[in-house]
Write a protein that binds this ligand. Structure first.
Ligand SMILES: Cc1ncc(COP(=O)(O)O)c(C=O)c1O
Length: 288
């Protein structure tokens, strides 16, 4: 079945999809993106993803490429054309095409690209068995709250993780505190039973999954402490996990060479994953 990409107003066969060589996304990584999961035909957390897209664009002074309801309609149309029931949608907006010059040009139209991919999320072993992560220095810039396509340090970290047989790399700031994964937010259940994740700020991306899980945890009476934690604290944790639109709640069972807990996904992590999946599949009443 042909797979379509949406490129600036047209649905084109994925293999033939392209943008101009002077697109500022290509030249300067001058753009932002969103990734949202699709589960059983449902687009998970569409509105918060569009909220974050608007925030990222505003931070870089790039206009919304289409009015929000039109964008939502285009996303649904691409998902329908590609017959995706389980998978993801990727949406990228760059400042647009202009002669190469560092300063932001004015008066150009942003480039909008969307693609989809199919994945059977719930069959993935990592959710039931947990994953290993490694720690790497956080080499990124000072505005990690903007979801930019400027992902080179993230790619370096993820490649190092893959080479070490790990699923994710946890980035560590200069003071020894974990910021976040290269494409996920990080959480631990500390040795003294506190569920911790780093507070929002420019050092991390505000994960849509993080937000949803916070709401779900609150509804279930599980309190979350938004505080930084060190690598040592993580290695002594009872449980650990990462969250993202495509990781859901993925248990972490090893950090570098240290096994977490008994090397199996922790029981609180398993409950959070179950609640989160129920939320995604509609079994749970809309959180918030
Ligand atoms: C750096 C980073 N942090 C956190 C996340 C998790 O965000 P979300 O839950 O919205 O997928 C991502 C997702 O790609 C990410 O790239």
């Amino acid at each position: 079945m042909p797979r379509f990409a949406y490129v600036d107003g047209r649905y084109v066969p994925h293999d033939a999809a392209s943008v101009h060589v002077e697109d500022r996304g290509y030249q300067f990584a001058d753009g932002v993106y969103e990734v949202a999961a699709i589960l059983g035909g449902r687009l998970i957390d569409q509105e918060p993803h569009l909220d974050r897209l608007e925030r990222s664009l505003a931070a870089l002074d790039i206009p919304m490429p289409r009015p929000r309801p039109v964008l939502a309609m285009l996303m649904r149309e691409l998902i329908a054309r590609n017959r995706v029931r389980d998978g993801l949608i990727y949406l990228q907006v760059t400042r647009g095409v202009a002669p190469r010059d560092h300063k932001f040009p004015t008066g150009i139209a942003p480039t909008l690209v969307m693609t989809t991919r199919r994945t059977d999320w719930l069959k993935q072993k990592r959710l039931s068995e947990g994953v290993k992560v490694i720690t790497v220095p956080d080499l990124r810039w000072a505005r990690c709250d903007i979801k930019t396509i400027s992902l080179l340090p993230n790619c370096m970290g993820k490649t190092e993780a893959a080479a070490a047989g790990a699923y994710e790399a946890w980035q560590v700031d200069r003071d020894g505190f974990v910021t976040e994964g290269t494409s996920s937010n990080v959480w631990i259940l500390t040795a003294d039973n506190r569920l911790k994740t780093r507070a929002l700020g420019p050092e991390i991306l505000r994960g849509v999954t993080r937000d949803s899980l916070m709401r779900i945890a609150a509804e279930e009476g599980v309190s979350v402490v938004e505080e930084p934690f060190t690598v040592d604290e993580a290695k002594q944790a009872r449980e650990a996990f990462v969250t993202s639109a495509t990781s859901f709640v993925t248990p972490v069972v090893q950090v570098d060479d240290t096994v977490i807990g008994n090397g199996r996904p922790g029981s609180l992590t398993e409950r959070l994953l179950r609640w989160y999946i129920d939320y995604c599949t509609g079994l749970r009443q809309e959180a918030g």
